[in-house]
Design a protein around this ligand. Structure first.
Ligand code: ADP
Length: 448
């Protein structure tokens, strides 16, 4: 797993909340533990130690003089209290678990009523100096019971953390749904609605989000409707103007007017065609045809248009399963653009085909002015024209490429662009391959 993948769960709000809860739990535990230790623990220790003094007094008396090892062993047996006795010699002990006095240096010492207490962790040794010798008393904590508690504690902490995990996940679920909604809407699916199932703040956010996307959808639909209606309505007056033009005497003004009218007609056709392809009812008339044949019929239209168009790296047959009319529209748009934005003295526009598994890839390449990097994404938007072409009188309304994109998407294919300013532009069309349309193998390498 890469570091990036590992970093993502660490950066999530979810993990942060869990960490905050964990640290808060730990701090509270330490705070409460500290108060308990210092206030309650200390006063209880005082009581315990006073009792311990009295009890060990009693035990020392009970052991007699000299202290009876046998009696001490009985007491250890009965009460679990270890007793070590040291006279001048080595002395005796009822359990090896009672440490030797030499090993108690590093323990915490405390005196109560003239009696020494040595403490470390959960162990406490009572040290009594008597005229007979030194007594050490030690109660052994039950280690196995402590381990049992420790395991129980860990299981409880684990369960609490798991509960917190599940709860936070549940609370944050609308955020994940919202993220999915934002992705869907930015990908263009304005009909996407985020499921609403909460009444809390996140639920309100979800409802506001759905309301917003609904409004945007309505606004866009209204705008599109207006554009379509106006375009539609413009058709009849344009036809009437065209007819009227025929009755004018044939001079320059008439041909200028006719050119303008034809351009307006083209634009309206593009708008309506675009809308038709975007609508769910737009139909493609797909057939099997040869792209080379189609292009060879089309290219003579560009004869005499400098710098010219040529087929480069183009096999004898390029079978496609698509709508030939629409493919012609795409090719015409790309070729016209390439010629429009290329100076007459540069190398000719090249059309080539690349063999790829499962798809047919077509490149249209020019050596013209190119497109700036930050505009590459925008040129497929309707009515977008780069600054350079806005300043120049190159004709067009920025609809051609948006139509090409709509056509390619209707074919479940794609269109992409690659460009270097002042060096040239390559448009790449990607058609999914129909099982019958196998391109011949060993095609020449594409013009890169
Ligand atoms: P237009 O009708 O303005 O050509 P398009 O949608 O066909 O509209 O293209 C959008 C913009 O993309 C154009 O205005 C132009 O700036 C830019 N463009 C398209 N093709 C090329 C190209 N081959 N070389 C340079 N710029 C291009």
């Amino acid at each position: 797993m890469g570091l990036k993948k590992l970093g993502r769960p660490l950066r999530s709000v979810f993990t942060k909340l869990l960490l905050v809860m964990g640290s808060m739990g730990l701090l509270l535990y330490m705070g409460i533990g500290g108060v308990y230790w210092h206030v309650i623990g200390e006063s209880r220790l005082q009581v315990y130690q006073e009792n311990a003094v009295k009890y060990t007094d009693y035990l020392i008396r009970e052991l007699g003089s000299p202290p009876s090892h046998k009696r001490a062993q009985d007491i250890t047996q009965e009460t679990g209290l270890g007793i070590r006795f040291i006279e001048n010699g080595p002395g005796w002990t009822t359990s090896e678990l009672v440490p030797l006095p030499e090993s108690l240096h590093s323990w915490r010492w405390r005196e109560n009523n003239g009696v020494q207490f040595a403490r470390r962790y959960n162990k406490m040794i009572v040290v009594r100096d008597t005229p007979e010798g030194k007594f050490l008393f030690s109660a052994f904590p039950d280690e196995t019971m402590m381990m049992g508690w420790l395991v129980t504690l860990m299981v409880v902490v684990g369960l609490v953390l798991f509960g917190a995990f599940v709860t936070i996940r549940w609370i944050l679920r609308p955020l994940r749904d919202l993220a999915r909604g934002v992705r869907a809407i930015s990908a263009g699916d304005l009909t996407y609605r985020v499921p609403e199932y909460r009444t809390d703040e996140l639920g309100r956010l979800t409802r506001a989000f759905n309301h917003m996307s609904g409004r945007i959808q309505m606004m866009l639909a209204a705008r599109e409707r207006l554009l379509l209606d106006v375009s539609h309505e413009l058709r009849s007056p344009l036809t009437r103007i065209k007819v009227a033009l025929e009755f004018l005497p044939p001079d320059d003004t008439r041909s200028l007017l006719r050119n303008d009218v034809e351009e307006m007609e083209r634009m309206i056709t593009e708008i309506l065609e675009n809308a038709r392809l975007h609508s769910r009812f737009g139909r493609l008339n797909k057939t099997h045809f040869d792209l080379r044949e189609l292009l060879e019929e089309m290219l003579p239209e560009y004869d005499g248009r400098a710098p010219g168009v040529r087929l480069a790296h183009f096999p004898d047959q390029v079978p496609l399963f698509a709508d030939p009319e629409q493919v012609s529209t795409v090719m015409r748009n790309l070729i016209t653009n390439a010629l429009k934005y290329t100076p007459a003295d540069s190398a000719p526009v090249e059309i080539s085909v690349e063999s790829q598994p499962l798809q047919t890839v077509i490149h249209v390449r020019d050596f013209g002015q190119g497109i700036a990097k930050d505009e590459l994404e925008l040129i497929f938007e309707p009515f977008y024209r780069t600054d350079r072409s806005r300043n120049k009188n190159t004709g067009g309304y920025g609809l051609g490429l948006s139509l090409c994109k709509a056509i390619m998407e209707a074919h479940e294919g794609s269109i992409a662009v690659n460009s270097v300013v002042n060096a040239g532009t390559i448009f790449t069309l990607n058609f999914p391959q129909h099982p019958e349309d196998k391109l011949e193998k060993n095609l020449p390498a594409p013009a890169a």
